[in-house]
Design a protein around this ligand. Structure first.
Ligand code: NAD
Ligand code: MG
Length: 391
């Protein structure tokens, strides 16, 4: 192993971010060695990647699939494990970088396990900061872990945020594409299908985040994520709709300067930035040719049509348990929508009703985060079932 070689584990290796990460590892094979890979249910894909990248450990989230994983890995010498404890083991294995790319609150405990051993964590899993941001950032601090933002907006801000001059920062501005329904009327929104909602105009992503982009809940989750990642107040975080997804976010300073990071909408740029940090590495993304793009445009977000963004803004302002409740209700509602049991506009309705029904006391421990998450899911499921009858 040469001196430059970094070891890496990927949680959520079969997903969109996980596969983009493996693509970069494959293209820079001499610089990385894979320790552990995890997935929830795609046994064959997981086993094939574990073999191809010479992983030490492969973990499948669904415990019922452990025998199938063992069979798929037979003769390879790769260890197999399953379930929540297996995911935690993968995160806890000694590796220089852990890519946290599980979707949803399911990624919280494995990500925390990596943080608790003081790892460098490339964080894609925004939901874990939304539901347990204070706790996560406290653990990062006491264990001396390093959190590198993978989410393209936060990665952009990270690249242009002058941490030594943080008092000179006036505002951070998260850009949003506006998703596939940016200019759709409310009547159109009433009848959109999952296939239409996951067809994002600029980014190729997993199903859940694609729906979040279509409702603009994604931008709300990102505001909460930004609040935890950067030393700014809640009222210093703004959203600007920018349909071309060229400017990935901006930081405005007291002297009137606004610094931005630009690039083609390809997650391999922010992922490469995290993998090579504090240096840089080559990534095979389409180079930005502004003369071909011609024009960049901007508009304010419409908080009436995009109720989910308004709800997330309110949850950020309220703090306490509100972001965790918002996140859990949204996960339940998005799943119901993807399973065609809930209308698109009812995603916001389920989140709103769950927020109104749940206790908002701030969680003090991982256990209380889990309890809030569990209760919010139960309440949200009941609302979703009720609304499903009217779908
Ligand atoms: P995805 O659905 O494509 O992949 C999710 C991965 O997590 C898969 O490997 C899946 O097997 C695993 N997984 C799902 N449920 C699990 C569970 N209960 N236990 C264990 N593993 C589980 O999602 P994605 O688009 O790659 O997004 C991953 C995370 O990164 C999300 O939090 C998302 O918000 C964030 N993110 C994604 C993008 C993107 O471009 N895709 C951009 C920014 C941030
Ligand atoms: Mg993003």
């Amino acid at each position: 192993m040469n001196k430059q070689t970094k070891t890496i584990s990927i949680l959520g290796a079969t997903g969109s971010v996980g596969q983009s990460t493996l693509d970069l590892v494959r293209r820079n094979a001499g610089n990385f060695r894979v320790v552990a890979l995890t997935a929830y249910s795609k046994v064959q894909e997981l086993a094939a990647d574990a073999r191809a990248f010479g992983a030490e450990l492969a973990v499948i989230g669904d415990v019922r699939l452990l025998p199938a994983l063992k069979e798929a890995l037979e003769g390879s010498g790769i260890e197999a494990a399953a379930g929540p404890s297996g995911l935690i083991e993968a995160a806890g294995r000694d590796a220089d970088i852990v890519m946290a790319a599980i979707v949803g609150a399911a990624g919280l405990e494995p990500t925390l396990a990596a943080v608790r051993r003081g790892a460098t964590v490339a964080l894609a899993n925004k939901e874990c900061l939304v539901c347990a941001g204070d706790l996560m950032m406290h653990e990062v601090q006491i264990h001396g872990a390093t959190l590198l933002p993978v989410d393209s907006e936060h990665n952009a801000i990270f690249q242009v945020f002058e941490f030594e001059e943080q008092k000179a920062v006036e505002r951070i501005i998260l850009t949003a594409s506006g998703g596939p329904f940016r200019s759709a009327g409310i009547d159109t929104l009433r009848s959109v299908t999952p296939a239409q909602a996951v067809a994002h105009p600029n980014w190729d992503m997993g199903a859940k985040i694609s729906v979040d982009s279509a409702t603009m809940m994604n931008k709300g989750l990102e505001m909460i994520e930004a609040y935890h990642l950067f030393p700014v107040r809640r009222d210093q975080i703004d959203v600007l709709v920018h349909p071309q997804s060229v400017i990935h976010s901006m930081v405005e300073y007291v002297d009137g300067s606004t610094l931005a990071q630009l690039g083609s909408p390809d997650m391999r740029t922010p992922i490469a930035y995290c993998l090579a940090w504090p240096g840089r590495m080559a990534a095979p993304v389409k180079r930005l040719r502004l003369e071909e793009i011609g024009q960049l445009s901007f508009e304010a977000p419409d908080l009436e049509r995009f109720q989910c963004l308004a709800l997330a803004m309110a949850a950020l302002k309220e703090g306490g348990a509100a972001p965790a409740v918002l996140n859990a209700a949204n996960e339940v509602a998005v799943e119901a929508f993807l399973n065609q049991r809930l209308a698109f506009l009812n995603i916001g309705a389920v989140v709103q009703e769950t927020l109104a029904a749940c206790d908002m006391k701030a969680p003090q421990s991982l256990q209380s985060v889990m309890a809030i998450d569990g209760e919010a899911r139960r309440v949200a499921r009941a609302f979703a079932d009720r609304l499903a009858d009217k779908c």
